[in-house]
Design a protein around this ligand. Sequence first.
Ligand SMILES: Cc1ncc(C[n+]2csc(CCOP(=O)(O)OP(=O)(O)O)c2C)c(N)n1
Length: 621
Amino acid sequence: MLEKVNFPSDVKGLSIKELQELASDLRKEIIRVTSKNGGHVAPNLGAVELVIAIAYVFDQPVDKVIWDVGHQAYAHKLITGRKKVFNTLRQYGGISGFLKRDESIYDVFGAGHASTSISAALGFSVSRDMKKENHHIVVVVGDGALTGGMAFEGLNQLGHLRKNLLVILNDNKMSISPNVGGLKNYLIKLQSEPVYNRFKDDVWDLLGKLPPGLSQKAREAASKVSEGLKNLLVPNLLFEELGIRYFGPIDGHNLPELIEILEKLKNIKGPKLLHVLTVKGKGFEPAEKMPTLFHGLGKYDPETGMPLKKKGAPSYSKVFGRTLTDLGKTDQKIVAITAAMPEGTGLDIFREEIPERFFDVGIAEQHAVTFAAGMAASGLKPFCAIYSTFLQRAFDQIIHDVAIQNLPVRFALDRGGIVGEDGPTHHGVFDLSYLRIIPNMVVMAPKDEAELQRMIKTALDYDEGPIAFRYPRGRGLGVKLYEKPEPIPIGTWEVLIEGEHVLILAVGSMVQPSLEATELLKEINPTVVNARFIKPMDEELLKKLVKSHKIIVTVEENTLMGGFGSAILETLNRWRIKRDVLRLGIPDRFIEHGSRNLLLEKIGLSKEGIALRIEEFINAG
Ligand SMILES: Cc1ncc(C[n+]2csc(CCOP(=O)(O)OP(=O)(O)O)c2C)c(N)n1
């Protein structure tokens, strides 16, 4: 059936049986391609019928469909002109794993970070009404994404502006891990209180059978009656109290039911929310059984679902989780905080072994930081583990709630640097810049996983103010780990190779390739320093080394703007010392998706790239 469908309009003529066949084809194609390319398997399998029903009922791209996060829209890609290129999913030069405005006119609004859809859709709806257009606007948002503050901010204004907008809540009870919080409990309650919903459905259907003019009036009157009843039957119907009509819950895999209700909702004005229940990983047994693993993963066997992972050193995340948990066992003040990423950050280990001091706050990075600030202010030792890219959201909380009050919150920034296939929304390439400009903040980056252990201990012992350490995605270098890591004196660097003329100051993940680059630069014999503190820098050592070297090279996996290299220039400028400085790092543009190694190579941050650019710089001087 997928062969016959190239665009959403092709879906419209199909029978229910054909639509179901299409759903099955879409699932097969998603599994075929993601088993080779990796990707968000379970969220996509769970949203197939939603994609089909929306395509059937609405007229895209005139009607606007906005997907939250955009990680669940592979089926949408497959039926919006991208079938032939779907096998390039997430690969360098291929199509993105998320929605992208410049990829298709059907991708109305790009994303990657969660909880933005309602706000964006509300913007679209204001624009539509100002232009006196009358198309539909539909949002698809997950129960996980709904835990983000921004989603609530959007709902709040939606109820106020009373725009014509349909929010489809794709509720599979899962974020990446099982969803958390009061909202989750509330959504479950809505499912277990069917009386009100049934009452409403029955009356609604009945009244819809009256002649058109009359049916609208009767429905309005019925609404008022049910309004009175609802408080009896379902206390505090949250969405309705906010001014958004609530419908559901309905089965998100039942195509006839989905289509029927979406058709009906098209004719109901104002803000409305349709609560749809789906199964994460639907139709692929391993994904249904292990939705967290299959939320997002690399290559896997399409028959058995077994991930095809090569064996190797433990990941930085695992080393972080293990080390912090071990420290947590002897220091009762350590608390661990994650914003919906227990597995991704390695804190699942802490959750298993010290559950009483583990906190998953949902997709709520801003809250996570201020929550940690409160803990720090009252004597606990919070470790707030958030991916570099997601911590961007909490910039003001870091400044306002943590740094101004000089509170000892320990920030563990996972996925610092290029992350690979998830692309520009997920690369963690701004953190050195956005952290080092904040007064009171200490910023570190380890050269390997053993040094990460030492930084965790350094952060634990440091109680004078906020401290952050950032480390890359993926496996460590395979070095020996410490049983009892010792702290590193604050602000001290480490000379790894003593050479002459050229001074290479490398940060974190760039230390190893810089060391390897020196093997290609034997005639030059540069000095290599592990600049493990980005702030405060080792000014004493720097001053000494600057005197004995003519050329300084900085290497960092961070944007060049305002990063470590900038810090060196600022320091030289403060000292009124003139040197030739070559800064290697991420250029001032958004880096596309592709494998991490390939992208690093493309931007000149492989060992060959580093060596080549140093040679060129010397030759040009
Ligand atoms: C701001 C932000 N924090 C964390 C993430 C990582 N993340 C991606 S999808 C996801 C879970 C989303 O759950 P839900 O909205 O219910 O969608 P589902 O995958 O269950 O379909 C998380 C935490 C993110 N994309 N954005």
